[in-house]
Design a binder for this molecule. Structure first.
Ligand SMILES: [Zn+2]
Ligand SMILES: [Zn+2]
Length: 142
């Protein structure tokens, strides 16, 4: 049985579903995530794009692409954020808050060099991104 988790934007007009298990979960501390989310840290869950489906309201789904790395998707009715496609990584970040039914089990903090909210939870802290995603893979202290 494939596990399915559903979620919506802030107003509920756009509905999405993720199936199976995420490729990775964790926290991103980069300034782009903070600026886009208006929060101090972004809780991410990364999925293969084929495991993420928009099941309702796709006509309301807007996109903003500041760089080719991130295609940010939001509801044009309420402004609520849903996810960010990372085409160069071949992954889609569905924000943990978008799919509350998924048991969020973070494994790593990324872009920790940019943190404004240090979190001493004992998880690995990467200066930027893992080497397989083009980063240094370098760990930094909490
Ligand atoms: Zn909405
Ligand atoms: Zn980020």
């Amino acid at each position: 049985m494939t596990e399915i988790h559903s979620g919506t934007c802030f107003c509920g007009s756009v509905e999405i579903e993720v199936s199976g298990a995420p490729e990775a979960m964790g926290y991103c501390h980069c300034s782009s995530c903070r600026s886009w989310s208006a929060g101090p840290v972004n809780a991410f869950t990364l999925w293969k794009p084929e495991n993420v489906k928009v099941t309702n309201g796709s006509e309301l789904l807007g996109r903003f692409r500041k760089t080719e790395k991130s295609d940010r998707r939001f509801c044009t009715k309420c402004g609520g954020h849903l996810m960010t496609d990372h085409p160069t990584f071949g992954l889609t970040d569905v924000y943990a808050a978008t799919i509350p039914g998924l048991a969020f089990a973070p494994g790593v903090h990324v872009n920790y060099a940019e943190t404004v909210l240090p979190i001493r939870d004992g998880l690995p802290k990467l200066k930027d991104l893992p080497a397989e995603l083009g980063g240094s893979g370098e760990a930094v202290p909490e």
